[in-house]
Design a protein around this ligand. Sequence first.
Ligand SMILES: C[S@@+](CC[C@H](N)C(=O)[O-])C[C@H]1O[C@@H](n2cnc3c(N)ncnc32)[C@H](O)[C@@H]1O
Length: 212
Amino acid sequence: MTHAFDKDYWESHWDGAASEAPSNPYVAEAVRGLTPGRALDAGCGAGAEAIWLAARGWQVTGADISGRALAAAAERADAATGIEPITWIETDVSTWQPDDRWDLVMTNYAHPATPQLDFYRHISDWVAPSGVLLIVGHRHVPDAAHHHTHAHSHSHSPEDQPPEKATATIAGITGVLAPENWRIDVAEECERTVRDGVPPLHDIVVRATRLV
Ligand SMILES: C[S@@+](CC[C@H](N)C(=O)[O-])C[C@H]1O[C@@H](n2cnc3c(N)ncnc32)[C@H](O)[C@@H]1O
């Protein structure tokens, strides 16, 4: 089954109990040593990563195509104490043209209706000079045992691998970051176990710093 990954898809994805999953570990790693500044989370979903940053002094904007996701994120943020206020914006990030620039632009497992690499190229424009881009995505695992064609519910369970078009490779991502503009700090294929007893997630992590 294929999905359009459009607004309707994502609204129905968020129809029900929103994820209470903790922030993924790559965000903490990526901002280690950085002075908190302005951050954008493109495709922030239920807000785990945005809230994690806001709890550490970052001025965060969370953008998502799903109003339901943002409502859940805002509720979660309201319940948190001691965090910076977060700006939530409902928008299709793949076509959004913000005037703002951010010290950190990140995207965690977001996949739009448009091609994945186009999305990454688009959001990379919003990183301020000397700012950081963090891309956390799904890595395609060609192993048939891990590859199912039924509905991709984003439960982050291994029975439910993302379709190939929602995945990316290191070469693909670094290929959209022109070497004269970017320094690649991290480009890794990672595996991590979210819950005991289920096979790991196959992730791709790229952190880059804008030179100019
Ligand atoms: C798998 S969820 C990941 C959510 C969160 N970043 C996380 O890591 O838990 C993907 C998110 O991307 C959002 N999304 C997909 N296409 C988008 C688009 N074109 N513009 C903005 N958000 C989008 C979805 O609504 C969804 O919240």
